[in-house]
Design a protein around this ligand. Structure first.
Ligand code: UD1
Length: 422
């Protein structure tokens, strides 16, 4: 079992860091690659992450050829032959995001069977919006023995989503590309990863309007063809380094970071007193921790503050003098990292969806365990500002979403290493 060891306290990050393609973009993009019946699809700027390997296996399980050339961060998918209807439990069970293959398989084959994704530590994460949407498009859905079976020729429909779910928007958008007629998705998710998916689908021949707004209009076409697409940069990885720079009085250029995608995070950093500047190569973050002010943050669907930056931002709140407030409205159980940070001396109180963080007290390194992907990054960041040694375990979470995180931090001046303990 690998561990990350940080000698913290005096870290001041400086230099330039490069950002990978977005995990949350590439997973649905891979699901989309099973739609075209003519030509191959090439994805470039693909991050080397365990979730990507899992999704590749989900797609391969459908009898689709997937070639991941890691040296060039490129995946070529050939789905031109017949594809199977069933996504294998073995891989679907490893990753909730694999549910986004349901819409594409159903749209292409008229029948699909996908294992029900299990629970998750950050919340219950139901998939009712995915299923209700597909039903509105004419699918007959049954749930039995842990599997979801969907069948029927899909037709266009007007669908209002109770909540702008990212995964449901992606699933329904992909299903609608091959449905008969026009589908209108209202209260759709607006995340940059939705826009990235719409760009690829459009290159494949799909007719989609409104991506990035709350109303998506998709006119079904008879078939789709292969395409080439560069995965959008990872705004959450970029945001994590922005926070790391801010909390260590750093000066870091986050190369290729996109201001527009990180607007809600940047607004909060600037409100705290962090200097954030758009430069030709990316975004520069400069800060003097002693001058930063506490803030209140509320997570919301995009363009609100991203829940995937909540844990890392609480690490910054822990560093800043005074009382900050974090309100988590997207997932009901996403404060577990605060319990681990308490082991490092953090004073915080949690009342339902609200955490009060009493920041600025000296923190001490301690052995801690990652509880989920973003929590693992938050604990490592907290290690940077804690006196002495922090040992972070359960790195399988980190490897799902961060490529060589410790190496990137070390290059910026952190005293951090990763060790294997078998
Ligand atoms: C995606 C991201 C994840 C991020 C989340 C919210 C990927 C691979 N994952 O997850 O990193 O944290 O968006 O930004 O892109 N919900 C329902 N019914 C549904 C679907 C969702 O009630 O059918 C609820 C969920 O329980 C949750 C909220 O909606 O409370 C947001 O979920 P959703 O936007 O669907 O997140 P994911 O697509 O799973």
């Amino acid at each position: 079992m690998d561990k990350i060891i940080i000698e913290g306290g005096k870290t001041r990050l400086s230099g330039t860091v490069t950002i990978e393609g977005a995990k949350n973009a590439v997973l649905p993009l891979l699901a989309a690659t099973i739609l075209p019946t003519e030509g191959t699809t090439t994805l470039t700027n693909v991050p080397i992450l365990s979730d990507v390997f899992t999704m590749n296996n989900v797609v391969r399980g459908l009898d689709v050829a997937v070639d991941f050339q890691e040296s060039t961060n490129t995946i070529v998918v050939d789905a031109q032959g017949e594809i199977l209807d069933e996504a294998p439990y073995e891989y679907v069970s490893q990753m909730r995001a694999s549910i986004v293959v349901l819409g594409p398989i159903l749209a292409r084959n008229g029948h699909a069977k996908v294992s029900m994704p299990g629970g998750c530590t950050i919340g219950s994460r139901p998939i009712d919006l995915h299923l209700k949407g597909l039903e509105a498009m004419g699918a007959k859905i049954t749930q039995l023995g842990g599997d979801i079976t969907a069948s029927g020729q899909l037709h266009g429909a007007r669908i209002y989503m109770d909540f702008p779910s990212v995964g449901a928007t992606q699933n329904l958008m992909m299903a609608a590309t091959l449905a008969d007629g026009v589908t209108v998705l209202e209260n759709a998710a607006r995340e940059p990863e939705i826009v990235d998916l719409a760009i690829l689908l459009t290159k494949m021949g799909a007719k989609i309007k409104g991506a990035g707004t709350e109303v998506l209009t998709i006119t079904g076409v008879d078939k789709l063809h292969g395409a080439e697409h560069q995965v959008v940069q990872d705004r959450i990885e970029a945001g994590t380094f922005m926070v790391a720079a801010a909390m260590t009085s750093g000066d870091v250029l986050i190369k290729d970071a996109i201001w527009e995608h990180n607007r809600p995070l940047l607004a909060k950093l600037i409100e705290m007193g962090v200097e954030a500047r758009e430069e030709a190569e990316g975004i520069r973050i400069k800060s003097d921790l002693s001058t930063l002010k506490p803030v209140t943050v509320k997570t919301l669907p995009h363009p609100g503050f991203p829940t995937d930056m909540q844990a890392q931002f609480t690490a910054l709140m822990a560093a800043v003098n005074g009382e900050s407030t974090m309100i988590e409205t997207v997932f009901e159980n996403r404060f577990q990292h605060l319990e681990e940070m308490r082991r490092m001396g953090l004073h915080s109180e949690i009342l339902r969806d609200t955490a009060l963080i009493h920041g600025g007290n000296p923190l001490q390194g301690a052995p801690v365990m990652s509880t989920d992907l973003r929590a693992s990054a938050a604990l490592i960041l907290t290690g940077l500002i804690s006196e002495g040694k922090t040992v972070v375990g359960k790195l399988t979470h980190l490897d799902r979403g961060y490529y060589r995180f410790h190496e990137k931090l070390a290059q910026l001046g952190a005293n951090i290493q990763r060790i294997s303990e078998d």
